[in-house]
Design a protein around this ligand. Structure first.
Ligand code: HEC
Length: 136
């Protein structure tokens, strides 16, 4: 009688070790919980930042590109170049692909990265500047 393939030892793995299985389940559960927590924190930070009234007003104002360019030339071009290609300050080409809108607003208003000064534009001016930065 021919031997059934299912009976062959190589196709008949030893029964799963239940302790290993339990460890895997626990690991997956822990990883999921950590992931959910991280997502909640990131989402929370985003919410808090967007609910900052200044950021909110900037993001809901219509930026005017030409005025943004003027503001940039007056305040930023000495360091970043007339076209944002960089002088003392870094090249700002495609900066809006590297940084979020919120990060760009903070960059201009926080003064946390000397020698770049802290600017305090009103929300409309900031929206105009942001429009210009997004066009680079
Ligand atoms: C005195 C020179 C100076 C002026 C004026 C200045 N910056 Fe900067 N800026 C810098 C420097 C230096 C950095 C790099 C800071 C760092 O990350 O350490 C920087 C960084 C930045 C960045 C982040 C770039 C990146 O790749 O992450 C942005 C955006 C920016 N500046 C926008 C502006 C805008 C808009 C203005 C005008 C309102 C301005 N800067 C005026 C010097 C300046």
């Amino acid at each position: 009688m021919t031997q059934n393939a299912i009976d062959s030892p190589s196709l008949n793995p030893s029964p799963p070790d239940s302790q290993t299985n339990r460890l895997i389940v626990q690991f997956v559960l822990a990883a999921t919980i950590i992931l959910v927590c991280v997502l909640l924190v990131v989402w929370g930070i985003h919410k808090v930042q967007v609910s900052d009234p200044y950021v909110h007003d900037v993001l809901t104002s219509n930026g005017r590109l030409e005025r943004g360019q003027q503001l940039f030339w007056q305040n930023c071009a000495t360091c970043h170049g007339l076209k944002g290609t960089g002088e003392v300050g870094p090249d700002l080409q495609h900066v809006s692909e590297r940084k979020s809108q919120i990060a760009l607003i903070k960059q201009v208003t926080s003064g946390k990265t000397p020698p770049m000064p802290q600017f305090q534009p009103n929300t409309q001016d900031m929206a105009d500047l942001l429009e210009f930065l997004n066009s680079l």
